[in-house]
Ligand binder design. Structure first.
Ligand code: AMP
Ligand code: GLY
Length: 426
């Protein structure tokens, strides 16, 4: 089976690594991939937003399955365009991906199908939005409707901040068209939890639980990032309670969309707030989490490729996935300055010294080769250094031991990934 994987981050390296172990695979391509993905796949330089280029490539190479990593091509309708040409795709249709691509659509569907979510209003007129914000109870949360690379959500503590945020989003257009429409909603209190499932639009299979760390620095200080590390299992809820949460937060939306003629096929990621009144959905993502995928897939015993093929075909036949008992931690090494501006091109040293270490795998998130064929840092998040262990503590120690051998100029990581969960376990 020939597979094309779209994307270039740590999530896609974890997917490439997992797909590559499948006995069903004959050839793996990645577009565009990165220096780590190149260990498992032939990288072709077609950008994820070049849907036409990807389609031409898939037709020419007679690709049997295309796996779409990032949200942007999904929201742009890549799955529909591939399916129209008879190609199999793991990833929801453009209409279904609007669960992530439009916060207003997502809130509307949650309300329609009875999924608990924060009370909200939608605005396309900046005057009306500001008027509402001045009257609204603070803190409130303002969200750009469209895709904004994880930066389109602002928690506002005062009406002055809310008005300033609305000016930036709707008038100065800091997120382009994504901010032409906004959602203003109530801020919820509680613990956050991510739940990821695989679904063909009918059957729902949960993935192992995982938790990410969004802030840049230790002890949850500093700016929000795409995620500085993650661990699995998440410990936030016992694995046997996941079913109850799925029935509240995921089942109604999958069934509701199916009734509307929008079957959801792929992975659905629900970001939840566990409030004192039960779980509330903050957002849906139409793709695997990053860096959650880097801790979920190393724990997966089952072959993922046939499951993806079944979902792409609209009929999930397996009933459950098999998981390793071991815990997993990933620590992101980022470029100095991330999530702000950073320099690129610094060679990464020490990757060889951890290459064959048992239970350690370094997923590349933002790397490339320079002219001397050295692996260099070329993104904000550079590596996701991942380790398995008998428990979280063992995984944590192993991951940081590996990290101590890897260096690049300006590189930094959080030192406390998984720490709180380890202390709770003590
Ligand atoms: P989202 O992209 O909607 O998940 O928002 C990103 C982050 O903003 C979430 O992970 C939460 O930390 C926070 N957030 C979003 N909506 C709310 C809300 N209604 N109440 C509290 N925090 C929120
Ligand atoms: N780690 C958060 C996300 O993938 O959206």
């Amino acid at each position: 089976m020939k597979v094309l994987l779209i994307g270039s981050g740590g999530r896609e390296h974890a997917l490439a690594w997992k797909i590559a172990e499948s006995p069903m695979l004959t050839k793996l391509y990645a577009a565009p991939g990165n220096a780590g993905i190149a260990q498992h796949a032939e990288c072709v330089s077609i950008a994820p937003d070049n849907v036409r280029g990807l389609l031409e490539f898939a037709l020419k190479e007679k690709i049997d399955l295309t796996v779409v990593g990032p949200e942007a091509p999904l929201v742009a309708g890549i799955s529909d365009q591939f399916r129209e040409r008879g190609l199999k795709v793991f990833g929801p249709s453009g209409d279904a991906a609007l669960l992530e691509g439009s916060k207003a659509f997502s809130k509307e569907m949650m309300t329609k199908f009875g999924v608990p979510t924060a009370p909200y209003e939608v605005f396309t007129n900046v005057k009306e939005a500001k008027h509402y914000a001045i009257e609204a109870e603070m803190p409130a949360v303002i969200k750009a409707d469209g895709l904004a690379a994880g930066k389109g959500v602002v928690i506002c503590d005062s009406s002055e901040q809310a008005v300033a945020t609305l000016t930036q989003m709707m008038e100065e257009k800091v997120f382009g068209d994504a901010g032409a429409k906004v959602v203003i909603e109530k801020k919820l209190e509680g613990e956050e939890l991510s739940v990821l499932v695989l679904t063909d639009g009918k059957k729902i299979i949960p993935l192992a639980s995982a938790r990410d760390h969004k802030r840049a620095y230790d002890h949850d200080q500093g700016p929000n990032t795409g995620g500085m590390g993650a661990f699995s299992p998440s410990m936030k809820i016992p694995e046997n309670e996941i079913g109850g949460i799925i029935n509240i937060a995921i089942r109604p939306i999958i069934d509701g969309l199916a009734k509307e003629g929008i079957p959801y096929r792929g992975v659905l990621y629900a970001g939840l707030m566990m409030t004192k009144d039960g779980p509330f959905v903050l957002e849906y993502n139409c793709r695997f989490g990053d860096p959650e995928t880097e801790v979920i897939l190393p724990r997966l015993k089952s072959d993922l490729l046939p499951v993806m093929v079944q979902i792409a075909g609209g009929r999930l036949e397996v009933e459950a996935l098999k998981w390793h008992e071991k815990a997993c931690i990933t620590v992101v090494m980022a470029s100095g300055g991330y999530p702000g501006a950073y320099e690129k091109g610094f060679p990464i040293h020490g990757l060889e010294s951890v290459r064959n270490q048992p239970d350690v795998v370094v997923f590349h998130a933002g790397t490339s080769f320079n002219e001397q064929k050295q692996i260099v840092a070329s993104g904000g998040r550079v590596l996701a250094v991942t380790a398995l262990g008998e428990n979280l503590r063992a995984a944590h120690e192993r991951a940081y031991q590996a990290i101590s051998k890897i260096h690049f100029q300006g590189g930094f990581c959080r030192r406390d990934i998984g720490q709180k969960a380890i202390e709770v376990l003590k």
